[in-house]
Design a protein around this ligand. Structure first.
Ligand code: GLY
Length: 404
């Protein structure tokens, strides 16, 4: 090669190198607006099917293909707020008044739970439902119901422990059980303080989140499901599981609740410790060698029959929604990592592998979730909360696209 040619080749290589360094990394999982709208349109069609077959007093829990039966609940069950919440998101997307009417009928049934002091799940029950209704059309009646509900939830806070009590059952096994899921009810308390001007709800929420951060997590930032506290000393008595594979395993939905909970706590408080915790949890999930290629976790990261273990689409939907929000708080490559992981999960959930054809699945959108394997209940079935967080994630993604 003569000198001239050598110089030309060198320049060419330098230019290619420069271009490669500057070219934005291609996001192979990015979803476009048409794709997102199509998923939401399919969801609307499914929830019209669901609304048509549901008995007037019933709220959907799951569906069994073997005998084409819906399993439903009354309003006291912890999942009662998800169906009206999903309907409201889908009404927001479509403007379909029939979905709004169906949601309003369910809200009327749910209202009585505002006085329920026997559960920690009032955030799921009342904030996912009335919270969305109030967001779309502020209403003093909704506001009053929710403030009453927040008051009821607050009765479960114990100042010695610094947490809201989760369950009243299993008194022989646990003294004051707190489950990681309970992080999800704090958003309701934060709202109540903003809305009422009374800081007490947000103070309980902040204390609960801090106590949980201290006691619920292992060194690798995975979380236990149940922490049992001593009500006299406030000390931890037991670190257990209820729905995971073992006491020391990482139950997938528990990791999802923790991720969503600390992301939401950062949104509401701007406390850096909560953002750090959310990112540690996200990294535990996303860097885990047992997270499958399609991003839909096994029901437990330590399930003994991996790779044959059941997947949990509900965990993927919750994680996808949380990561979308976390990606707006994180910086640089970390934000991209969270966004792309969320897109990967949403793409998988929207594929035939996890999404039911319209008209099937009892009107539920997603297949393949797991409620409680140790309890042999709701194994590899649709679940109302899997649909709720999947719809929420799609709506978050749609909003993000419109803001770009
Ligand atoms: N909060 C109960 C569950 O996640 O199954």
């Amino acid at each position: 090669m003569n000198d001239m040619k050598y110089l030309q080749s060198l320049c060419y290589l330098l230019l290619v190198g420069l271009f490669a360094c500057q070219a934005p990394e291609k996001d192979e999982y990015a979803l476009n607006a048409d794709f997102v709208d199509k998923q939401l349109q399919d969801a609307v069609a499914q929830y019209q099917v669901m609304a048509n077959r549901l008995e007037p007093d019933a709220l959907p829990k799951t569906y069994y293909q073997r005998d084409d039966s819906l399993e439903t609940s009354g309003t006291r069950w912890w999942t009662s707020g998800f169906y009206p919440g999903s309907l409201l998101y889908l009404y927001e997307f479509s403007g379909d008044e029939a979905l709004l009417k169906e949601a309003q009928a369910k809200l009327s049934q749910l209202e009585k739970e505002k006085d329920n002091t026997g559960t920690h799940d009032l955030g799921f029950m009342l904030y996912c439902s009335f919270g969305n209704a109030h967001r779309l059309a502020p209403d003093s009646a909704y506001r009053a119901i929710m403030l009453r509900g927040a008051e009821s939830l607050g009765t479960r806070f114990n100042t010695t422990v610094g947490c809201i009590r989760s369950w009243d059952h299993n008194g022989d096994k646990w003294q004051f059980p707190v489950i990681i899921d309970n992080m999800m009810n704090l958003e309701f308390l934060n709202w109540a303080s903003r809305e009422s001007g009374d800081p007490k709800y947000a103070e309980m929420s902040d204390t609960h989140a801090r106590t949980t951060l201290k006691n619920h997590f292992r060194d690798d930032y995975s979380s236990y499901h149940v922490i049992d506290y001593d009500t006299l000393s406030g000390e931890v008595r037991n670190r257990h599981t209820a729905q995971g594979a073992t006491h020391e395993s990482a139950w997938a939905r528990g990791q999802a609740w923790g991720l969503y909970g600390y992301t939401m706590m950062y949104r509401d408080t701007k406390d850096q410790a909560y953002l750090d915790q959310a990112q540690y949890i996200a990294d535990f999930i996303l860097d885990h060698p047992n997270l499958p290629e399609d991003g839909v976790p096994y029901w437990d990261f330590d399930a003994e029959d991996i790779p044959d273990a059941k997947r949990d689409a509900s965990a993927a939907a919750i994680i996808a929604s949380a990561l979308l929000e976390l990606s707006t708080f994180a910086e640089g490559g970390t934000a991209t990592k969270y966004l792309q992981a969320s897109e990967r999960m949403l793409k998988s959930l929207s594929s035939d592998a996890y999404k039911a054809p319209t008209g099937s699945n009892g009107g539920f959108i997603l297949l393949h979730s797991v409620g409680n394997i140790p309890g042999n209940s709701e194994v590899d079935v649709p679940l109302t909360y899997a649909d709720y967080y999947y719809i929420e994630a799609l709506m978050r993604y749609k909003k993000r696209l419109s803001e770009d």
